[in-house]
Design a binder for this molecule. Sequence first.
Ligand code: NAP
Length: 381
Amino acid sequence: MYICIGLNFQDLMVRQGAVDSPPKCPFILGFECAGEIEQIGEGVEGFAIGDKVVALPEYRAWAELVAVPAKYVYKCPDELGPLDAAAITMNYTVAYILLFELAGLSKGKSLLVHSVGGGVGQAIVQLARTVPDVVVFGVCSKAKHEALKANNSPIDHLLERGSDYSSEIRKVQPDGVDIVLDCLCGEECNRGYSLLKPMGKYILYGSSNVVTGETKSFFSAARSWWQVDKVSPIKLFEENRTLSGFNLRRLMYQQDGSDFVRKAVENVFALYKEGKIKPVLDSTWALEDVAEAMQKMHDRKNIGKIILDPSLEPKPKPATPAKGKSKEDKKKQSSEEKKDSEEKKEDEKKEEKKEEEKKEEPATNGDSAGDSDSKGKENSS
Ligand SMILES: NC(=O)c1ccc[n+]([C@@H]2O[C@H](COP(=O)([O-])OP(=O)(O)OC[C@H]3O[C@@H](n4cnc5c(N)ncnc54)[C@H](OP(=O)(O)O)[C@@H]3O)[C@@H](O)[C@H]2O)c1
């Protein structure tokens, strides 16, 4: 079955209430899914029923059937299976736009990437490697370093999240870096900007630092905002630096940028077909296990992309102990048990009555089977 769904940090941010104007509850989460076309809307051209496609809808992707405007749907090349389709489309398209449309990555440039072990982070690293002599500095949680090294992830300098990574970078390149790709925001904006060489480019494309504990925090959102230094265009002019930002969601759904995004998706698919990129998959989960999959991302444990596959069976869950049941459940259970035992008693009584009736009947009745046998024999003779 050609169906898979991509889990993105954006889903986590929506769940935490850390995005602008989320839809009213209840709604279906999800911004990325691969599948086959079941039905086509009136007037839609270029697609046929049964086409294998991947889509970037505005919500509702975590489902077995998804209605998506055609402008957010992309035909998958034959080489692209559903797992890789759901793993590359969002992450590599974002990474492609950041590196080649905004940062203008070229030979010999140096690059700082935050959350380098995640879905977009790994996509950035792979795409950067398609350009010769690029130097990649990658920051992520220390717990991921060993696994990334073991996977031969092509990061030149792995740095620890929360450390003084700026000093580490300056030890290698005293002048700083050419490009900073920041998905964290808050104080990382200032550090990133300070690390830029003349002609360097800083791009903000996320605000993961806004996600703190298990619930929405106005405080962390406000702190993230206030921690960012306000840079005047005059300062940029004098320092020969560029600041920019990128938000795929806004571009596609609010700024009519779907044609621009389609071109980037096509370029990503072409690189996939040439074998230049291959998504790093962290894990695949049944749709029913999405809470666990999300928790893994929230706990900063994923390396690469997390995928939901509706064709998978959910993991067996431990049986809920009786003492953990609610009063309602217990009441319902005991009334059901009572009903069962009453029915059982009724059945037993009926059986006893039948047995007694049998005993009271004349002995000839008990040979009825013999009778029918003899009848049968008669008929056959
Ligand atoms: N602008 C756009 O259009 C666009 C589109 C897609 C994604 N993005 C952004 O790109 C970034 C990566 O997205 P992704 O979907 O590939 O996810 P991801 O990197 O796979 O997300 C999980 C990782 O994020 C890091 N992280 C940073 N702050 C965190 C926090 N407060 N709580 C939990 N984890 C945190 C953790 O890695 P470490 O601990 O190793 O840092 C974690 O393992 C996100 O900021 C996302 O919003 C932007």
